[in-house]
Design a protein around this ligand. Structure first.
Ligand SMILES: Cc1ncc(COP(=O)(O)O)c(C=O)c1O
Length: 401
């Protein structure tokens, strides 16, 4: 079980007394991550994979150790399957640019997606004439594998789904979808931005071909992220950039790219950030991902039950057993942005408001053209914070009535 009071001591940002419920946008950073990045900048700041001198050797070793740690973090078979990117969006775009699409091919995605797992596929439609089919979730935001059975056919080249919804917290049945995709010879990309920070992810069990995550949502630095590329499909992907660090041999006739993850990491990478991301992954492993999930589920239930009992509050999405720690809601008579501002002014509560970069979901599935307020939890949030939030909401409901 998690000792939350102990965990809170690791996060210097909490000393300001804020109630931070915008974790789906970005998490806070523990001291161990800040210290690790500082260590790089103070002790062995240099470029990697280039120098034979000890400073560069140390930086290179730390960087490659980050690859091993992140492979362990998501259950990859081989560290070479880990490509460092700046965020989930970049990871997904590398796949969208790197696969070969022909007119008539099909991409299947869903109406649950963040724009980062939607726009790259819509652009493939404009550029290559592929068909993009969107699987619709239920009104509560749950995806049914039977809908994928109908949508995926032998022309389908790629299925792209989120692992966890950033608006509703619902968890996608990835394994079932992987089976359907592979039966038709399609590849599966999973957007893990909202899952990797909160769940024990095992890409081998999920059987996906690509998995993208962002470091800044999982206690790591901004500018760090991972694109997992299954070893067997790596050759099918053309790197987005070529240049320094990606090549094995060059002469005036041409060049031969490296075979490993370096072929996707052109130029000097975000070395300090990747080293910080390693510390973040180690930190989450040390807390125990099952403990993190259990803690968030418990608080999520409190949020859901508390909000559902309030007059005039509409809570979107399914009941707590079908989701993680993200809850979207509205209070009748208040615009979501006004409600978010009031929560901040009254009690220093940070929540997100608006469309959450998921306009088709919020507008078409939830039917909320003004958006919603979104409360998203993490490992350092407490039952007391949820209580303060709920009592602030109760007060507001009384004032509005
Ligand atoms: C589900 C999902 N996918 C992708 C992203 C994009 O993440 P990033 O901005 O780190 O690229 C987000 C960010 O909120 C997200 O929630």
């Amino acid at each position: 079980m998690l000792n939350v009071e102990r965990v809170r001591e690791d996060f210097p940002q909490l000393k300001a007394g804020i109630i931070y419920f915008d974790n789906a946008a970005s998490s806070l950073t523990p001291k161990t991550v800040i210290d690790k990045m500082l260590e790089y900048y103070v002790e062995y700041r240099s470029n990697i994979e280039r120098g034979v001198y000890s400073l560069s050797q140390r930086a290179s070793e730390e960087y490659e150790d980050a690859r091993r740690t992140l492979a362990k973090f998501i259950g990859a078979k081989n560290p070479d399957e880990i490509v460092f990117v700046k965020n989930t969006t970049e990871g997904i775009n590398i796949v969208a640019h790197g696969l070969t699409f022909n007119r008539g091919d099909k991409i299947v995605t869903t109406l649950l997606e963040h724009h980062s797992n939607l726009l790259p596929w819509m652009r493939c439609k404009q550029r290559y004439g592929v068909r993009v089919e969107m699987v619709k979730p239920s009104g509560e935001g749950l995806l049914d594998p039977a809908e994928f059975e109908k949508a995926v056919d032998d022309k389908t080249k790629l299925v792209a789904v989120t692992h966890v919804s950033n608006v509703l917290g619902t968890v996608t049945p990835v394994r079932e979808i992987a089976q359907i995709a592979h039966e038709h010879g399609a590849l599966l990309l999973v957007d893990g931005a909202q899952a990797a920070p909160h769940l024990e992810v095992d890409v081998r069990r999920l059987d996906c071909d690509f998995y993208a995550l962002s470091g800044h949502k999982m206690c790591g630095p901004t500018g760090s992220g991972v694109l997992y590329i299954k070893e067997e499909v790596s050759e099918a992907l053309e790197p987005l950039y070529v240049g320094g660090g990606t090549v094995e041999y060059v002469d005036l006739e041409g060049f031969r790219l490296l075979r490993g993850p370096e072929r996707f990491e052109a130029g000097t990478p975000a070395i300090g950030e990747v080293i910080g991301l390693k510390a973040a992954a180690q930190y989450l492993i040390s807390l125990g991902r099952r403990n993190i999930e259990a803690h968030e589920r418990e608080l999520s239930r409190m949020v859901y039950e508390g909000l559902s009992s309030l007059k005039g509050v509409e809570v979107y999405g399914p009941s707590p057993e079908f989701k993680l720690g993200v809850t979207s809601f509205n209070l009748a008579g208040l615009n979501p942005h006004d409600l978010a501002s009031i929560l901040d002014l009254k009690a220093g509560i940070a929540v997100r408001s608006g469309m959450h970069c998921a306009q088709p979901l919020v507008r078409q599935v939830l039917g909320k053209p003004e958006g919603t307020v979104r409360l998203s939890l993490y490992v350092y949030n407490t039952a007391e914070e949820v209580e303060i939030f709920l009592s602030t909401m109760r007060e507001l409901v009384r004032e509005i009535a």
